[in-house]
Design a protein around this ligand. Structure first.
Ligand code: 3EB
Length: 348
């Protein structure tokens, strides 16, 4: 992005919050959030809860997802920044923004009889018109959640309907589609409306593929009438600091699901995909994403709670320290997929 490398050395600080443009994400127990923000002099950009109560009131979007936590104490995903924030609210849309980064959410209820593709297309059109109005042109990361993701309606699996509606809106509204698509997650909740949250910036980020996988936006039509619109990872760099947003990654090689019915093997395959992606990102950007000193956060989505111990066992071979991982129960977009892992790695 053209920043000079020499300038950064003097600015380098042990705190990841040193760089104003990089938002920070941490997993915190609900009771700690207010005191943590105060102690760190951070302003909240967004708070995501997975079923637990969010105490107090926060000026930023607060997103409640019905994705039960499967291990450890209940925690919230807290996004914050050292910068001052402004908040925006409109029907079905809320956002908070610092100078360079906007964190937003679109929530739409499905009306009886309305196909999921229609709701999704509306939500995405809404999202882009709000971003356009607020002048955050570059979309960095998108998370999508809705119930009954593997259910059938109107001759399509609901996930396929979702992909169709998303594709219609993005192909129309996103400049340089599909190459500008950011890292994505799409996971089925137990209940709730269609909930989308996202980060956008005033500066462009770099979107990456995974060398072991076909670009999702180039999947053949066997998986649905329109391919899934997301990149495998998005990398944002400011000065010497890099943030790598890792899309939901599953046991998919090429475009084919591997190890049907075998959660442990699916987890191992997913780890191989993650390792390939991290190596690719390091090669592209000369940043250290596999360095244990990098701050890494992962969310592990497990379809069946009964598979948790096998998934955790398989994850021992991957450097995930337990306080940086959330295990969530969620349904995944292909019925045979049992586990999916997304991540955020900050390196400086
Ligand atoms: C896959 O590789 C697994 O439709 O936004 C992962 C992350 C998956 C995001 C999406 C789907 C999405 O196809 C599924």
């Amino acid at each position: 992005m053209g920043q000079s490398q020499t300038q950064t050395a003097s600015r380098k600080s042990p705190s990841l919050s040193a760089s104003p443009a990089l938002p920070r994400c941490v997993f915190l127990e609900a009771a700690q959030v207010s005191s943590w923000l105060k102690a760190q002099h951070m302003n909240p950009l967004a708070i995501v809860s997975f079923g637990s109560h969010v105490p107090g009131t926060f000026p930023c979007p607060v997103i409640h997802l019905d994705l039960p936590e499967l291990a450890g104490p209940s925690r919230l995903e807290v996004w914050s920044t050292t910068d001052q924030i402004k908040t925006y609210r409109d029907e079905g849309f809320s956002a908070s923004a610092s100078g360079q980064v906007l964190f937003g959410t679109v929530t739409l209820d499905e009306q009886p009889g309305q196909p999921i593709e229609t709701v999704t297309e509306r939500a995405y059109r809404r999202l882009f018109s709000c971003l356009h109005d607020l002048s955050y042109q570059h979309i960095w990361r998108i998370w999508n959640y809705f119930p009954d993701i593997n259910g059938f309606a109107n001759g399509l699996e609901r996930y396929q309907g979702f992909c169709l509606g998303r594709h219609r809106a993005l192909a129309d509204m996103l400049p340089d589609f599909p190459h500008s698509l950011p890292a994505g997650t799409a996971v089925g909740t137990r209940s709730g409306p269609l909930q989308i949250y996202f980060m956008a910036g005033t500066l462009p980020a770099m979107h990456l593929g995974n060398p072991r996988q076909v670009h999702a936006y180039e999947y053949p039509q066997d998986y649905g009438p329109r391919s899934p619109s997301f990149a495998r990872a998005t990398l944002f760099r400011v000065e010497a600091h890099s943030q790598l947003f890792i899309a939901g990654t599953a046991s998919v090689v090429g475009h084919t699901s591997q190890h049907v019915g075998l959660p442990k093997q699916q987890t191992h395959e997913t780890i191989q995909n993650l390792r390939a992606l991290l190596a690719h990102a390091e090669g592209t950007e000369h940043s250290q994403f596999t360095d244990p000193r990098s701050a890494a956060l992962y969310k592990v989505y497990v379809r069946d709670a009964a598979d948790l111990s096998e998934v955790r066992e398989a994850l021992r071979s991957f450097p995930l320290s337990s306080n940086q991982v959330l295990f969530l129960q969620g349904a995944l977009c292909r019925k045979e997929l049992l586990v999916e892992i997304e991540g955020l790695i900050t390196s400086d």
